[in-house]
Design a protein around this ligand. Structure first.
Ligand SMILES: Cc1ncc(COP(=O)(O)O)c(C=O)c1O
Length: 381
């Protein structure tokens, strides 16, 4: 086959939709016919399905993963001037939501092998920043951050953990599901996520009934009864139409995850057999269930490799090209280039290749062969 004949997108949502179309349309029609668009039965049922799936007692739907983060911060009482510890190598909103509430993100660098918070750096950060009132570890790309050492440090100081599990629904840390370990977990149903809506959507998970009640109130303007408000919240409800779609897709989530895991294993096998100067993610022992929202390889000539793969019809993406401490909107935080060298290196080397459930074994063989041909051409083999 010539290179031009093949097209492997990073994510093929149309292929996924084609397999579900009738069920999704029927679910959407059910909501349209009911004319119940705001919260209601579909959202309640989805919450009742997602909570046990995430090993949590309660789940609270909201409008997006970003809103889940800000609702969690609000519910935990984060105030202007407070500091919140997180990582600079993540999607923007992890830190953006902290700043929007008037609090200050404090960054610690990541562990190069997992792309997640380097727990060896947390104790120092907590000592230097006594105003830290919450910690947001991110379970990036579908693999959990190392939460036990973090819990040991934060429990002592009564600092709550907000798990950013936007990319990690169903992932496990030492057998416990993402979103069930910290005070609260935040999920995103953005279409590229393992469980993606047909638009925006998000959910919070918690084992704390009082916190669940606060979250439910905050998502409807802080309402506690009809036109009664004891606090000021926001309008952030999960749309009933989205909930109906998500309930159809949720039934496939485990089989899709299994496909992602098989695809990741095949990548690892082929890339290590080819002995290329590319490192492929290998779950650490505590990541007992990695759900591979992305399969992110690392290599020194990332941008050239991306161009080569594009020329061979292969879709890739750079998650994330800039570490957050280098974003101009965070310049007032006072960080400088070089402050988080592991994150900065990851931003220069990381490349996500297609791992979604629609990708076949032969697609992956072709991607790996194309990576090999890049190094052969570059004379690096
Ligand atoms: C790590 C992380 N946190 C937060 C979010 C925010 O989720 P949403 O796009 O649903 O607002 C995302 C989604 O892109 C994410 O990947």
């Amino acid at each position: 086959m010539t290179t031009a004949e093949r097209h492997i997108p990073l994510l093929d949502l149309r292929a996924q939709h084609a397999a579900l179309r009738d069920e999704v349309v029927a679910a959407l029609l059910r909501v349209v016919d009911s004319q119940n668009f705001i919260l209601g039965e579909e959202v309640d049922k989805l919450e009742q399905e997602i909570a046990p799936y995430c090993g949590a007692r309660f789940a609270v739907g909201c409008a997006s993963g970003s809103d889940a983060l800000s609702l969690a911060l609000m519910a935990l009482g984060i105030q202007p001037g407070d500091e919140v510890l997180t990582v600079p190598f993540t999607f923007f909103s992890t830190a953006g939501e902290i700043s929007l509430l008037g609090a200050k993100p404090v960054f610690v660098d990541i562990d190069p092998s997992t792309f997640n918070m380097d727990m060896n750096r947390v104790e120092d950060a907590l000592r230097v920043h006594p105003r830290i009132r919450a910690v947001i570890p991110v379970h990036l790309f579908g693999g959990c951050a190392d939460l036990d050492p973090l819990r040991n440090l934060t429990t002592l100081r009564s600092i709550p953990i907000i798990e950013d599990a936007a990319q990690s629904i169903g992932a496990e840390y030492r057998g416990a599901r993402a979103g069930s370990i910290g005070a609260v977990g935040c999920l995103s149903f953005y279409p590229t996520k393992n469980l993606g809506a047909y638009g925006d959507g998000g959910m919070l998970t918690t084992n704390d009934s009082a916190l669940a009640e606060r979250l439910k109130s905050l998502r409807v303007h802080g309402r506690t009864g009809k036109y009664i408000h004891q606090s000021i919240g926001v309008n952030s409800r999960l749309d009933a139409l989205q909930a109906a779609v998500l309930r159809v897709k949720f039934r496939r989530l485990d089989s899709w995850t299994a496909r992602r895991q098989q695809n990741a294993a095949l990548y690892r096998e082929l890339l290590s057999a080819a002995r290329l100067p590319v490192s492929a993610p290998d779950p650490t022992p505590y990541q007992t269930r990695h759900v591979f929202n992305q399969f992110v390889i690392r290599c020194a000539q990332r941008d050239q490799l991306q161009t080569h793969l594009r020329e061979h019809g292969i879709g890739t993406e750079v998650y994330y090209p800039l570490s957050l401490h280098q974003q101009s909107c965070f310049s007032s935080l006072g960080y400088h280039p070089g402050d988080f060298p592991v994150s900065e290196k990851a931003a220069a080397e990381a490349l996500a290749v297609p791992v979604n459930p629609e990708v076949s074994s032969s697609d992956i063989e072709y991607v790996c062969e194309s990576i090999r041909s890049f190094y052969a051409l570059a004379g690096n083999q």
